[in-house]
Design a protein around this ligand. Sequence first.
Ligand SMILES: [Zn+2]
Length: 87
Amino acid sequence: MSIRDYGLPNSRPLGPPTLVKVHSEPLEGARPECPACGCKALCEIAVEVEQPLLKGGRGVGTYLSCPACPWAAPMIVRATPTSTPEA
Ligand SMILES: [Zn+2]
């Protein structure tokens, strides 16, 4: 059973999530607020995921989440840029 939505079906986290930043100041004109409990500080979390629909089969998912309700925010997944240099 999945405890949260990783944005696209069949996404699988490849490692532990990373805390990018804590947002407690107004963001894009509005104060961040958890949709579930109303907490005023949201954590920006990034996690690498395996996702067959992405180019390269993997990507990085980012979500803004309350510390108490990480399941409340949708995740946005983008493909990992290829590490192969194209000169
Ligand atoms: Zn919350």
